[in-house]
Design a protein around this ligand. Structure first.
Ligand code: NAD
Length: 291
């Protein structure tokens, strides 16, 4: 398939390389990053999009997606599909879907889970929104970049699934870290707490697959000085998107709002920037009640 790939950063570059490796003809464009091996460079986003059956975007946020979409939609071939794999706000995804439809193009929002490691290994999970027909058309590309693709519903449903998942993750990580910090103060050994919780009703991915305590559970960023992994500022971005969506949809999400406030303080006012999001544990363990 002929693919235009726009946004060749930490995630986009290995994803584009996997598409090329699978035999697709990939033309790439980024305002700063170079094209990875196997991907032909184009001078502009519009040039990368011209004649492509699918134009894939992997960009920082919804405002940039809107700008790039305005640039590529007029040059895309009739019947082509715009496939956005960035994490953006639900409203931006729906707006771009409307612009694509008005131009006779398909649109799929397919944000990813799995991080840079998953992008390199081709093991990402995609959560997709769009028509069944458009989802089927991008299927071979998703299969070349990931292990699993879930069709969640109409345009925007992929972004909705992503922010709901990450709101659970952010809040669960915080309370897991709180529980470990409380166990410390109670004189309860972290390994013993893990042994109980990982097989009890407090069990979660944050505890059992990504334990924030160094030396406990499977290997995780905690075992490498909290080098990300999944950076605290990326969690902050996703929690902001969740709260924006909750406000727009009039949904009551008090714990999500509190998780956002804690990660905002951690990243913007404390020393969380550049650390894994599980570094909430040393932050909380160092503080006293109400601090
Ligand atoms: P990144 O900042 O490394 O890459 C974004 C790229 O977009 C950059 O290379 C930048 O130069 C390029 N870009 C910006 N504006 C552009 C424009 N107008 N035209 C062309 N290129 C432009 O970010 P990333 O880590 O690759 O993340 C990309 C998206 O994936 C984000 O939405 C992020 O939230 C999401 N995501 C990231 C991770 C992760 O672990 N890094 C995990 C899941 C989802």
């Amino acid at each position: 398939m002929k693919v235009g790939f726009i946004g060749l950063g930490n995630m986009g570059a290995p994803m584009a390389a996997n598409l090329a490796r699978a035999g697709h003809e990939v033309v790439g464009h980024d305002i700063a990053a170079p094209c990875p091996g196997g991907v032909a460079p184009a001078a502009s986003a519009a040039a990368a999009a011209a004649g492509a059956a699918v134009v894939l975007t992997m960009l920082p946020d919804g405002a940039i997606l809107a700008r790039v979409a305005a640039e590529v939609i007029p040059t895309m071939a009739p019947g082509a599909v715009l496939l956005d794999c960035s994490t953006v706000d639900v409203a931006a995804a729906r707006t771009v879907a409307g612009l694509a439809a008005a131009a006779g193009l398909g649109f799929v929002d397919a944000p990813v889970s799995g991080g840079v490691g998953g992008a390199r290994a081709g093991t990402l999970t995609f959560m997709a929104g769009g028509s069944a027909e458009d989802f089927a058309r991008v299927g071979p590309l998703l299969a070349a970049m990931g292990r699993r693709a879930v069709h969640c519903g109409a345009a925007g449903a992929g972004q909705a699934a992503k922010i709901c998942n990450n709101m659970i993750l952010g809040a669960t990580m915080i309370v897991t870290c709180e529980a470990i910090a409380l166990a410390d103060r109670l004189g309860l050994d972290r390994q013993r707490l893990y042994d109980v919780v990982s097989t009890s009703s407090g069990q979660s991915w944050s505890m059992t697959a990504y334990c924030p305590a160094p030396g406990v559970g499977p290997e995780s960023p905690a075992d490498h000085g909290y080098r990300p992994g999944f950076a605290a500022e990326l969690m902050l971005k996703d929690l902001r998107l969740a709260q924006a969506a909750a406000a727009a949809a009039d949904a009551d999400t008090p714990v999500g709002a509190l998780a956002l406030d804690l990660y905002r303080r951690f990243v913007e006012e404390e020393d969380g920037r550049g650390k894994d999001f599980s570094a909430m544990l040393p932050r909380l363990a160092a503080r006293r009640r109400g601090g």
